[in-house]
Design a protein around this ligand. Structure first.
Ligand SMILES: [Zn+2]
Length: 270
């Protein structure tokens, strides 16, 4: 599932590729992927100019003037900019034909993704209710410390709970806890201020590095150019069960927390 660095990579690609792009025609191949009727969806998008592309949590947000087109990739969604004449990608869900011989395609094998057009104010209201952005100035050790008070849940699932902090999923939660030297089993509410500081730093660091390497591809993720992310090779614990810890050589352990695999070093993480 794409997490913050993967979505951010796609958004940065789209920003460059779609400067002032004008959407001429929309084709909805899979109506179950969009909110509302295909006719309404088309009507609100056709003729609009893309004023910008940004990210909020794991959402890709197209500025269409009065409206916002919000895309959530779910598990396997992909957004790609293609030549208009290029063949349809497999599992095509929606195609946005531009006025300049290109088109934006949304494809999704498993169809957990979602596309929605919202009025700007409605989107802003929804956005305000989401958790804090870990790469924003508002995210510090104080934030982690304050949000985690009285939380009995283990810190790994807590970190992945989008109500508090957005964009950190299974991969980067494991990686950040390793870098901070914190066991994934520690209750979030038991973190000291010093450890909360270390965790905030580690979260920012791992996300920034992952963006620099254009995200992590385990299976499905591709950027807006159709390329795999390079951060996979730099993962220190995730998906490395039984392999030696890069710091101490202890075999990396895998456990299941809230139905998801957690990878950690039992020696380095306390
Ligand atoms: Zn270790």
């Amino acid at each position: 599932m794409p997490e913050l660095p993967e979505v951010e990579t796609i958004v940065r690609d789209l920003q460059k590729q779609l400067k002032r792009a004008e959407i001429r025609q929309v084709t909805v191949v899979r109506p179950d992927l969009i909110s509302g009727s295909p006719a309404e969806f088309k009507k609100r998008i056709e003729g609009c100019t893309v004023g910008g592309v940004t990210r909020r949590a794991k959402n890709i947000v197209f500025d269409l003037g009065e409206d916002r087109l919000v895309i959530n990739l779910g598990m396997t969604g992909r957004v790609t900019v293609l030549d208009r004449d290029a063949e349809d990608p497999p599992y095509l869900g929606v195609s946005f034909e531009l006025t300049d011989h290109r088109r934006i395609t949304y494809q999704d094998v498993r169809r957990f993704g979602h596309l929605e057009v919202l009025a700007r104010d409605d989107w802003n209201q929804r956005s305000e209710k989401m958790g804090v952005e870990p790469l924003s100035d508002g995210f510090t050790g104080d934030t982690v410390f304050r949000l985690s008070r009285k939380r009995r849940v283990a810190v790994k699932p807590w970190l992945m709970d989008q109500k508090h902090i957005v964009g950190v999923g299974n991969i980067y939660a494991s990686e950040a806890l390793f870098r901070a030297g914190i066991s994934p089993l520690v209750a979030a509410g038991r973190l000291t201020k010093k450890r909360a500081d270390a965790l905030a730093t580690a979260v920012r660091e791992v996300l920034r590095e992952a963006i620099e390497f254009r995200g992590t591809t385990l299976l499905d993720y591709r950027d807006a150019r159709g390329e795999k992310g390079e951060f996979s090779r730099r993962l220190r614990v995730y998906d490395r069960e039984g392999q030696p810890c890069v710091v101490c050589g202890t075999p990396i352990k895998r456990i299941v927390q809230s139905g998801r695999s957690t990878f950690y070093c039992p020696h380095c993480q306390k």
